[in-house]
Design a protein around this ligand. Sequence first.
Ligand SMILES: [Zn+2]
Length: 242
Amino acid sequence: MKVETQETGKSDATAKLLVVQGYDMQLRDLEREMNDIPLRKKEEEDRLTEHKEALVAAETKQKASQLAIKELEAESVSREEKITKLRQQQMQLKTNKEFQAMEAEIAAVQGEISGIEDRELGLMEEVEAARKEMDQKKQALAEEEAAVAGDCKAWDERMGELESETERIRAQRAEAAQGVGDAWMVKYETTLERKAPAVAIIEDGICGGCHMKLPPYVIHDARRGDAMVLCDYCGRLLHWPG
Ligand SMILES: [Zn+2]
């Protein structure tokens, strides 16, 4: 399709646009990479979450064992009190038989106390194991934090590079865009929004954008280069590479 514009004699318009397009493609890649960086940094932060959760789990385990020890201590104290009471009662007893029965009762409570003490020892070992685990998790977290900080710094540096690269390419693009007629530029930019790249090179009679075979008159018009010629199939601006 041939589009008449007031800007005639622009035989090199598509050639210039190809240069602009080269910069635009680079800018797109740069933008894509820049948009990706916050996500990469988020992934880095997520690496820490796992380690933080592992540390909290170890802490929780330790606290649970400590609490259980306290409960056992209270149970032990109440049994000691019970023994004291039984001893007082024992003194009031008249017969040897009653005394012996009370003695057996006291021995049973003492047996309970040693059972409680055994459980306490087991729990103390658990507390110690949990403490060691917490130390390990703390160290692992510290190492991971250092690694994440290093990686994030690298991402920030990369962002800085990409920003200056973008600035540099934008300046080159602005320079390359000079001398391209407004109508060509508007057509190029609106096409680019829908289809990138917007300028297609004709190769072996085929549109480089959609790979459809172009009618001879379209090739003929593009070859003359004095008007805007669009691919009938994809709408891209056609460039004859001659
Ligand atoms: Zn096409």
